[in-house]
Write a new protein. Structure first.
Length: 119
């Protein structure tokens, strides 16, 4: 009687080669569909994509303005890459609103630079 390992090796040798008709008949993932899993990124990769300080990212997450992180393990925090990319695209599409300039005539006093002295 053959061992399971020998049977497995014979079976794996019997697989058709890529490019043959027999290979094309094997069950495969759909060719033009998204991958069945979602890519996650860790903090270091996130910081390369989004050049914001960690505190800024944390505060934006708390306010719901940035994709939320989640834990894979107690010590491994990740973000969903598609959510981060969608956030970046949303930021690109947002109109650039310029903040209004302060009316300097409403100042009561003129600000003094640190280190300047009037003698």
């Amino acid at each position: 009687m053959e061992s399971d390992v020998e049977q497995l090796s014979q079976t794996s040798n019997a697989l058709p080669l890529p490019g043959t008709e027999a290979y094309e008949d094997l069950p495969q993932l759909p060719k033009r569909s998204p991958l069945p899993f979602r890519r996650t990124i860790r903090r270091q990769e996130l910081r390369q994509i989004v050049p914001l300080a960690e505190t800024t990212i944390y505060e934006m997450e708390r306010r719901g303005e940035f994709p939320r992180r989640f834990n894979l393990t107690p010590r491994c925090v990740v973000w969903d890459l598609t959510e981060v990319e969608a956030w970046i695209e949303q930021r690109k599409q947002a109109p650039r609103g310029r903040g209004s300039k302060p009316d300097v005539h409403q100042r009561k006093t003129r600000p003094v630079r640190a280190g300047s002295s009037e003698a």
